[in-house]
Design a protein around this ligand. Sequence first.
Ligand code: CO
Length: 174
Amino acid sequence: MHLRTFPDPVLLRPSAPVEVFDDPLREKLAEMWSIMYTEKGVGLAAPQVGWSARVLVFNPSGEQSDESGARVVINPKVLKRWGKVKDQEGCLSFPEIYVDVVRAAGVRLQWQDEHGAVHEEDINDFPARIVQHEMDHLEGVLLVHRMSPVDRIRYRRELAELAESLETAPEERA
Ligand code: CO
């Protein structure tokens, strides 16, 4: 597993639901946590590490020493959403790019954990933004799709450089 950056094709595909909750699944989750912390992220979706599955992990503190808000989220569904907030977002798959995105202020989320147990929770504010961002990844929806036309022009060079680096060295990244 390694971090994939835009425009890696795995990032642009919808992911498949998880049906088997076994040890190999939990091993992949452990790898996702490790990559997320190494890259200093607060959330990571499975397609970002080349795994096309409806899986995401997040920890709003970003700190391994504080995992009170950390969740493993598998096969998530938003049952309800409320409010609207515009705020800045980044993405590990778009290094150096930060854009304003409008999201719901809160969501009622239903999901399964790494053992298949079903959970439901109202999630608000920053954690709600992370969840919505990571759930976009499961549909192949990325920051580049959420950008305003102005941001797309502003980050034209960064986006072109990302595309170029993927073309020139795909093998070295495996
Ligand atoms: Co992202």
